[in-house]
Write a protein that binds this ligand. Sequence first.
Ligand code: FAD
Length: 478
Amino acid sequence: MTTLVWLQRELRIDELPALQSALENDGSVIVAYFHDDRFQVGQANSAWLAQSLLTLKQDYERRGGELWLVAGDFSSSLDELIERFAIKQINYSYQVGEPFVAMQQIALQVCQKHQIALQPFYSEFLFQPEQMLNLQNKPYLVFTPFYKSLSKKRFQITPLSATQKDLSATANIAVPKNHAVLPESLQRLLDQPWAQKVMAHWSVGEKQAWQHAEQFIANHLESYLEERDFPSIAATSCLSAPLHFGELTLKSLYFYMLVRIENGQLNEEFAMGWFRQLVWKEFARHLLYWFPQLQTEPFQTKYAQMQWDQRADIMMRWQQGLTGIPIIDAGMRELWQTGVMHNRVRMLVASLLTKNLNQHWLAGKQWFDDTLVDADPANNIMGWQWVAGCGVDAAPYYRLFNPVTQSLKFDAKGRYLRKWLPELAALSDKAIHEPWNHAMECQMKGITLGEQYPHPMVDLQQSRKQHLERVELLKQIN
Ligand code: FAD
């Protein structure tokens, strides 16, 4: 019997039940990633994907196994593989959000046609969504009770078992030549200079992710909660992309820490402080599982009536980090150059875009989808709806961040600003957050607003007022 292990965003070998279970069957195992350009995700995300697939392929080969990379129409590729290699079962790890749900639907249809089993595994969750319902048997809509409930039963989280060492069953069938190389569109992307620059910031792959996680857990947990909001400090784990790509999982990180808590190597309070943050990812996945429409529609339906400003030049200045508001521009440039942005700054740029600049939250989400290496359907949509004020557990839409106050609070010395906006580096710690209010100093330092750095594209006080007026209007409509 031949079993196919279909990979989506579980780009690892160890602790992968879909693979482990296939290896326990007698017979051959084909492990395959299917790349269909119709289900393309964002560019930066795809660059990470390409690099991670190459690394995974090498990891398989090093362990005597094989990974197939199948390019083309997903449905017909799957169809052909099932027929040609007499596949009797497909194992996969369930994923939420698009394009995964659509592909899982196609896989189901193809399997039904061939009358073979399609076996899901829920390894990417701490708990299956059905196990995390509230007392009314409904999904949690607020994070704190979700977390409380999850922490109460965290000792019921089942560990993932290590994948057996012998992967030879995955090499029983020789990989056809056309499935032995990275799909052309991914290779082309990886060859782009911008992609190489972004990827130079990262080490990709399962082993690399674990090395990074171990180092973070050993050295940064103690100060995590105190420092995580300060973008100039390397206080957070930078594991969002490896977690999105399943190079490691929430479960394995949890058990890694649990073992060390139990043997006294790790302080439980510090470890659980970070674990709580990891659970946001679980919460986001559960939300999208229960409410798939969130990917395009606001949870608070009245928000769909909001009148947005459609001007493309506004969006472009925000995208390029040319708004004239330093903390926003620093964040947008960090994103462009590295493929990530600090969490606090993500909140600020999203707030400015949706509230002061009155641009649709979906436009911001799409830009993040295309430029983040960690772009994740569940986390991204939850983040944008939360900031825009139209999601579950949302900050009320009349509350908006003042980017200058936030910048002064979380980057008081302007270190983050100086890193990403070298043209403002000479300004004092006070002036760098709002150069337009320090004309004299700018002049003395040879910085002319409108030349080296733009004038602010929006008046923060006035646009705040206008946002509140739009919100009032929205209340009257409903
Ligand atoms: P750490 O602080 O070390 O946290 C560890 C892990 O917990 C993260 O890697 C992530 O997997 C998870 N996590 C932490 N905070 C959150 C959160 N607020 N929501 C969900 N999961 C969280 N995260 C993504 O992974 N992909 C996205 O596409 C994404 N889009 C976002 C969009 C907006 C508008 C906002 C406000 C937030 C978004 N986030 C997204 C959440 C968060 O900004 C990142 O997960 C975080 O910055 C990653 O840094 P880290 O790995 O150092 O996190």
